[in-house]
Design a protein around this ligand. Structure first.
Ligand SMILES: [Zn+2]
Length: 398
């Protein structure tokens, strides 16, 4: 980090040196050399600080050495960014506010500085000031690049403040050019739906969820919530129909929907239907959670030895640690039912190993940044992307 900052200051110093060189040449032509000579002197003092690894003193000297004019304004902005990157956003605010106080600034530069100032306020945690600045920029700027960046920053702030409706309002105009915005927007609608469910406004919740699916037809969360609403109304078959869409939306979320699917079939008093459904899912993806759920159904209906046989077959095709752990439990049960008083020590040893391997193992992982956790979060706490955390499947997964 320190090396990166030093390199940044060095680059800024080169830029200042270049700026001074241009100005010195221009001024020499006009025979006003004294101020430029002073500036060059300050430049070399700053460079000396830099070479002695004293970046604070170097930056202060460079800032003091520079007038604000069209040649140097970019360097001031670069120095502001450096302060922010160093965690000194308050100094960045001073530099950027100092720039904005200059009436001669072009409209484009003024807007660029406003964006930087908004970033400083975000870094300082002063969200209301950042928000006001970005809103003004959005209302007034004619520059598409700055407007889009202001929208992006504003949406990020509104998400942090849980201002879902306001975020939707800002994002509305972006859906056409940036289809990637549809996924987070569908999740904001799910957030709104959950708030409505909490306040017992189910009709409004349903409206938000249907809109979420219109925005992003692959939004598993909206489907899960719609299925929950159907179940709350006692419409279990409709809930099952909803859940049946999830493997097509995102096959990796089959383990997420299994508990809801089981609940819906149980309330419908249709365990046979559940088993048939599970076989169909197993044909789509041989996930451990499907194998274990099917194994348990067979265990209860046909007995433990039958469950061992079938589970063993499936695990040969799709081996997994969780499946092996479950199979050991079944063998334990079979051993106990055979009337032996003491447990099989070989099974106990195997169980000890699978337990140790499964302990502390995360069940979900962000497909974008790799963040892992036991529970499923719809927004990754690490990279802040929506819908990127999914169940871990495969050998050591669900
Ligand atoms: Zn992530």
């Amino acid at each position: 980090m320190r090396d990166a900052v030093l390199l940044g200051v060095l680059l800024a110093a080169i830029a200042i040196g270049f700026g001074l060189g241009v100005r010195y040449t221009a001024r020499r032509l006009r025979t006003h050399t004294s101020r430029s000579t002073d500036l060059s002197k300050e430049y070399f003092v700053g460079l000396n600080y830099l070479l002695n690894e004293q970046p604070d003193e170097a930056i202060n000297t460079f800032v003091n050495a520079l007038d604000i004019n069209s040649d140097t304004v970019e360097t001031h902005i670069a120095l502001g960014k450096l302060f922010r990157a160093r965690g000194e956003a308050d100094k960045a605010v001073s530099i950027h506010q100092n720039l904005l106080a200059r009436p001669a600034l072009s409209t484009s530069t003024n807007e660029h500085v406003q964006l930087e100032l908004a970033r400083d306020f975000v870094a300082l945690g002063v969200h209301d000031r950042a928000q006001r600045l970005l809103q003004t920029l959005l209302d007034q700027s004619a520059n598409d690049t700055y407007r889009e960046e202001a929208k992006r920053l504003l949406i990020d702030l509104l998400e942090r403040e849980k201002g879902w409706l306001d975020a939707l309002d800002v994002a509305q105009s972006l859906f056409k050019q940036q289809p990637g915005m549809r996924r987070p927007a569908a999740h904001w609608l799910c957030e709104l739906a959950q708030e409505e469910i909490h306040q017992a406004s189910r009709a409004l919740a349903r409206k938000h969820l249907k809109k979420a699916l219109q925005l992003d037809e692959r939004c598993v969360r909206a489907t899960l919530l719609l299925a929950d609403l159907e179940m709350d109304n006692g419409h279990y078959t409709r809930a099952i129909e909803r859940l049946d869409h999830i493997p097509n939306q995102d096959i990796a979320h089959i383990p997420t929907m299994l508990p809801a699917l089981q609940r819906a079939y149980e309330r419908n008093d249709d365990i046979q239907g559940f088993e048939t459904h599970l076989y169909r899912l197993l044909g789509q993806a041989p996930y451990t959670s499907i194998i274990i759920t099917l194994g348990e159904l067979i265990h209860h209906r046909d007995g433990v030895d039958c469950a061992i046989e079938r589970t063993g077959e499936w695990l040969r095709e799709a081996p997994s640690l969780g499946g092996l752990d479950y199979l050991i439990d079944l063998y334990h049960e079979s051993h106990r039912l055979s009337g032996r008083a003491l447990p099989d020590t070989r099974l106990l040893l195997l169980k000890h190993h699978t337990n140790a391997l499964l302990e502390g193992r995360p069940r979900h992982r962000c497909r974008r940044c790799g963040f892992s956790s036991d529970s499923l979060a719809w927004q990754c706490p690490s990279c802040r992307r929506w819908g990127t955390i999914k169940p871990i499947t495969g050998v050591d997964g669900e």
